[in-house]
Design a protein around this ligand. Structure first.
Ligand code: T4K
Length: 375
């Protein structure tokens, strides 16, 4: 198949709201000169977003990483936290920035989320919390995780960066655990350029989180604790309000791309993809495929390079495992022998392009290349 004149296709492209809709908001910001610090668009966006997501208390953040770092501060987490190595590196970095020791446990083979059956063996007297990740937007086994947490007096903070709008039997996935965090980075299903949020379940916790993200200020002259600056500004909040009007279209478009991939790749030897789960509304943030080289006839990296040579830039999320980065690889829990499922997944996965605007001809071309790549 010819490749040279084709435009590059990246793993994602941000969905941008119609410019004229955003300009109206910008004009209001120009008139008011309120740029940040809990301005009117920030307040409106927090409320509308909480309504859309079906959660009670939500605090906007400058990005998902600061939301994670602040979530740990808000709950006073110390010592050790049990987490997954199969995620974006920010999950574990948030622990490190809080002087907390990450303890990695393996993941489940079906949806790559933390394996609850491995958590109890990793608990020590220093353990204070569990930080699971709803990887690719697929929900963790929240019931099992929270049962363990209750039994051992641990907090649960979900990294829900990939789960915008995900519901389980009609209820938001974000209502689980003590806190959940979202990311609205440009590469996510819902973006505010950069951005994030913490979801909590009571007013007092929200107030605490809101202090923490604003230097600890309670009022003009009162600093109640050592906070950070993690506020979302008015330009992003306004952009978020416009995005919210279009998010259902974005998710529908992603869904039909996922369906086209599944149809096209069905029955290709050595290629596995994930199906939707009954009762769940998915976010379609990523479309991962797993390559079994014995059956496909090429390794994952060979397919990855072959696609790149055709200007298709899939990404190997999440390779290498976080536990393999220099900061973490000498931890006792980082031994790959103890993380066989995560190690295998990291060696087999490619996330294929998926985003609003990727057309069916482009998806067809990617499917054909993958099929032709089989040996
Ligand atoms: N927890 C989890 C589980 C996460 O996945 C993430 C972020 C976080 C926490 C932290 O949330 P934030 O602090 O980021 O809000 C990207 C994103 O930067 C990161 O947000 C995301 N996860 C991670 C999985 O992916 P990169 O380094 O792979 O992105 P990059 O710049 O290579 O972009 C990928 C492709 O997207 C590019 O090839 C082209 C396209 N792109 C990207 C940007 C930024 C665009 O078309 N336009 C753009 O503006 O990390």
């Amino acid at each position: 198949m010819e490749n040279k004149d084709q435009q590059p296709v990246y793993v994602t492209r941000p969905a941008l709201p119609p410019l004229e809709e955003y300009l109206e908001y910008l004009e209001r910001i120009w008139a008011s000169r309120v740029l940040t610090n809990n301005g009117p668009f920030h307040q409106e966006f927090e409320k509308e977003l909480a309504d859309y997501l079906g959660v009670r208390y939500l605090s906007l953040f400058a990005n998902g990483t600061l939301a994670l770092v602040t979530a740990l501060q808000a709950l006073g987490i110390t010592g050790e936290v049990i987490t997954t190595p199969f995620s974006f590196v920010a999950t574990t970095h948030s622990l490190w920035w809080n002087n907390i020791k990450p303890v990695f446990v393996d993941i489940e083979p079906d949806y790559f989320t933390i394996d609850p059956d491995r958590i109890e063996a990793a608990i020590t007297p220093q353990t204070t919390a569990i930080m699971p990740v709803h990887v690719y937007g697929n929900p963790c086994r929240t019931d099992a995780i929270e049962k363990i947490a209750t039994r051992h007096g641990l907090k649960v903070i979900y990294d829900a960066a990939h789960t915008f709008g995900v519901t389980v039997n009609g209820g938001s996935i974000l209502n689980n655990g003590d806190l959940s965090i979202l990311s609205f980075h440009a590469t996510k299903t819902f973006n505010t350029i950069e951005g994030g949020a913490i979801i909590c379940h009571d007013e007092e916790t929200k107030r605490h989180i809101d202090h923490l993200k604003n230097f600890g200020f309670e009022d003009e002259v009162t600093v109640v604790e050592p906070g950070i600056n993690a506020k979302m500004n008015e330009l992003q909040a306004a952009y978020g309000l416009v995005q919210l009007k279009h998010i259902n279209e974005y998710i529908e478009e992603r869904k039909s791309i996922a369906e086209q991939y599944r149809e096209g790749l069905a029955g290709v030897r050595g290629i596995r993809y994930l199906n939707d789960i009954e009762g769940i509304r998915h976010s379609y943030t990523y479309f991962p495929i797993l390559i079994n080289n014995e059956h496909y006839g090429r390794t994952r990296d060979e397919l990855y390079e072959m696609l790149r040579s055709h200007n298709i830039y899939g990404r190997r999320y999440f390779y290498p495992l976080i536990s393999q980065f220099p900061t973490y690889r000498n931890l006792p829990s980082s031994d790959p022998v103890k993380l066989p499922v995560a190690t295998q997944a990291a060696g087999q996965v490619i996330c294929l392009p998926i985003y609003p605007g990727l057309n069916s001809t482009q998806v067809d071309r990617i499917v054909t290349l993958i099929k032709e790549g089989a040996r």
